[in-house]
Design a binder for this molecule. Structure first.
Ligand code: BGC
Length: 741
């Protein structure tokens, strides 16, 4: 057959049509695959919180995407959004801060609030308050409440939880973080994430890693030894991935061992992906990307907050030059698609009301369980309203709201019950309540390093005089002291622990005229309580405690509910007693080396025999709960077994109460350096008055391991271990020795 031009053209046309037809089928099947993938492809597994990804469907989507479409996904296309693929019906991803409530809506391309009336949310207690519950069930409730509100507000990714360790009490974000202890931190983190992700929202565990100070956070180079990294700073992240199956991770601002965290191969590729098998994607902190090729090759998926390095132009040029293989871009897209498909696989809940009665109840329950009674030597607490007929409420924090303030993410709280309001509604007409301000927040014009301003420390004599008069006339006085969000804020560390605005003077003056004065500290981070402790018989810590904080603290003070909070960090006598400060290993300038190594928080105080003012895990009940026995199920264990520890508690007091049994372990023959004792299990228990309860806690022997630097693995050394059961790290009530073979 003679082939002529017309035939060739005809064939070309035919092939063209065929090609178009096939392409259409591929694209539309990718589109429908995407639409349907939710159910089949990324079904959330409610039991484990894990996701099963349908890689075949993801392959079919990637196969029809252009390089431009892929690159578009790798950079925020708004301040809190990143692109999907419109052509394939893949929606963009919507992000929201966290961690204490869904942030108000901001303009698409700026930090400016939109000023809507429909974007308020429940203000949940802040991170350190959650940690003070010592209760993973509360973390699950927190996650569920905030996850549902995220979903209802159309958000796909919640920028929470924030799990960095409380290394220094000065860290401006201590209130957002949870604890100085990696085990407590991990247990709460996992439950929080499961709660969030079961709502069809992706959690974002942040800030990975070693972002333990705000001073110089954008540039400081953090160094520490490998064991410290593994045993103190990584456990919550590891648990977040391996047990919580967190779908996204936010890299930290700082450098780690000389390399920015957003382009840190060791953290992002070697540890997160290879060791922990992370399946989701890494986003940078806002403005925390510093390069194109390095970030792309070393594990960053999405640049957020800036559009500088992962732009269409820079990335595609680098790909075209062969500096970044297309396979690397495809892998990033795959990871983002996994998350995208998961979050779009569940419909928005039918109930579109944000801040439901159920969420308010969650916020109340968490706040209630977080409140710590530090001291109650004369049993002024709980307040007995059959005897107390007049109450002087004193202090700006009795009426100050904490949902918003300072720098960074706040919550436009639908409402926030203040302590004064809580007391007024709970006391009713059983006693009269007067209120005076006592102190006024004032800030000097001196700009601190970072964004915050230094608070004034001098007292207002007129306000103190007024407070003294009110306290003299009342049966009891309650001073609501502490910090606020302008004092404790992201982007700035505090410069000292002193209670600001002259509150020590106020506390001295009021306690001098009314011995029945209760001091309630409203703060998210350690403060200096020496003066308070020397003059006040009753001290309570009630945190930045969310929408229901005022109701919760009123119920605890009045004895309508039993206190059960425990400190999630150490309150030192003085700042210089804390490890990083004792060793002058904070804040550094361009670099900070964590010279205290493993001895963070109580591990330092305990091992070095330094008495804190109030130790890690401390918190009283209104009754007397004794530990009557501490036993283990066996005396010798192999590495695969679990130690079952039984602790009997007897309530010998006059009221029902809670105790949180804390198990600390001491390695009696350590072959490597170890802290004196480490928390390995805990459980909050309710013990009715007069009753004895037995609680069983488990310590898997593998959790006794240390990180063996030479072998790059966790090693349990054989020998004897002493298990201490206590009501705090300082208040050990019993012990039992086991052997590991
Ligand atoms: C914070 C993050 C936060 C982000 C977006 C950053 O400055 O470090 O925790 O999620 O801003 O608001």
């Amino acid at each position: 057959m003679k082939i002529n031009k017309t035939m060739i053209n005809h064939h070309k046309e035919w092939f063209g049509k065929l090609f178009l037809f096939v392409a259409l089928i591929v694209i539309s099947s990718a589109f429908f695959a995407f639409k349907g993938i939710g159910k089949a492809g990324a079904a959330p597994d409610k039991l484990t919180g894990s996701c099963l990804f349908n890689e075949t469907k993801i392959d079919s989507i990637i196969a029809v995407m252009t390089l431009e479409e892929k690159i578009e996904m790798l950079c925020g296309n708004g301040m809190f959004t990143s692109a999907g693929v419109e052509r394939l019906g893949i929606p963009e991803l919507k992000y929201a801060d966290g961690p204490t409530g869904i942030r108000e809506e901001l303009e698409r391309n700026s930090w400016k609030p939109m000023g809507l009336t429909t974007d308020s949310a429940t203000f949940f207690p802040t991170g350190s308050a959650l940690a003070a519950t010592w209760n993973p069930d509360m973390a699950y409730k927190f996650g569920t409440g905030i996850g549902e509100e995220a979903k209802t507000r159309g958000k796909d990714i919640l920028l929470a939880p924030a799990v960095n360790i409380t290394r220094t009490p000065l860290n401006g974000r201590t209130f957002e973080y949870m604890s100085e202890d990696p085990y407590l931190n991990s247990r709460l983190t996992v439950s929080y994430i499961k709660g969030v992700q079961n709502c069809g929202v992706a959690a974002c565990v942040k800030h990975f890693a070693a972002n333990n100070q705000e001073t110089n956070r954008g540039s400081v180079n953090v160094t520490m030894d490998e064991r410290t990294l593994r045993e103190i700073y990584l456990p919550a992240f590891k648990a977040a991935i391996e047990e919580g199956h967190a779908l996204t991770v936010m890299s930290a601002y700082n450098k780690f061992r000389g390399v920015y965290c957003g382009e840190n191969d060791y953290l992002l590729n070697q540890i997160l992906r290879k060791e922990w098998n992370f399946q989701g994607f890494v986003m940078s902190d806002w403005g925390g990307t510093h390069s194109t090729v390095n970030a792309a090759l070393n594990g960053l998926e999405v640049e957020m907050g800036t559009k500088e390095f992962f732009t269409q132009k820079k990335l595609s040029e680098a790909v075209k030059k062969g500096l970044i293989p297309v396979s690397v871009i495809d892998e990033k897209v795959r990871r983002i698609l996994r998350v995208n498909l998961y979050v779009h696989s569940t419909p928005t809940p039918a109930n579109t009301e944000v801040s439901t009665p159920e969420h308010n109840k969650f916020a109340y329950d968490i706040a209630l369980q977080s409140i710590v009674v530090l001291k109650n030597t004369t049993n002024t607490l709980p307040i007995n309203l059959s005897k107390v007929k007049s109450i002087a409420v004193i202090g700006d924090n009795a009426t100050h709201k904490h949902a918003i303030g300072g720098f960074g993410a706040g919550v436009k709280a639908r409402y926030e019950i203040t302590p004064l309001q809580g007391l007024q509604s709970k006391v009713g007409n059983k006693a009269s309540i007067s209120f005076v301000k006592g102190y006024a927040p004032k800030f000097s014009n001196k700009q601190k390093l970072g964004f915050g301003r230094e608070p004034e420390y001098t007292a207002d004599a007129a306000l103190i005089k007024e407070a003294v008069e009110a306290a003299k006339k009342a049966d009891i006085a309650i001073i609501f002291a502490g910090n606020n969000h302008d004092v404790e804020t992201e982007a700035t560390d505090r410069t000292n622990l002193t209670l600001p605005f002259g509150q020590d003077d106020l506390i001295k003056a009021v306690t001098a005229v009314n011995k029945r004065t209760i001091v309630v500290i409203v703060a998210g981070a350690p403060v200096d309580l020496n003066t308070t402790n020397s003059v006040a018989n009753s001290i309570v810590w009630s945190w930045f405690n969310g929408s229901q904080g005022g109701n919760a603290v009123a119920d605890i003070l009045l004895g309508n509910a039993e206190p059960s909070g425990k400190l999630p960090f150490t309150l030192p006598v003085k700042l210089e007693d804390s490890p990083a400060h004792a060793l002058k290993a904070y804040p550094g300038d361009s670099a900070v080396n964590y010279a205290e190594g493993l001895l963070v928080g109580y591990r330092w105080f305990d091992t070095k025999n330094i008495k804190p003012l109030f130790g890690f895990g401390h918190g009283l009940s209104y009754t007397k709960i004794d530990f009557t026995s501490v036993t283990t199920d066996k005396s010798t264990y192999d590495h695969a077994e679990k130690v079952i520890v039984s602790v009997k508690l007897k309530n010998n007091g006059l009221r029902d109460g809670f105790e949180t049994v804390q198990l600390y372990v001491n390695d009696m023959n350590p072959i490597v350096f170890k802290a004196n004792k480490e928390l390995k299990a805990f459980k909050k228990v309710f013990v009715p008055v007069g009753k004895e309860t037995e609680v069983k806690l488990e310590i898997p022997v593998e959790n006794l391991a240390y990180y063996n630097e030479a072998a790059h693995k966790w090693t349990v050394s054989s020998g004897n271990y002493k298990i201490f059961a206590g009501a705090s790290s300082q208040d050990i009530r019993g012990s039992s020795v086991i052997a590991v073979e």
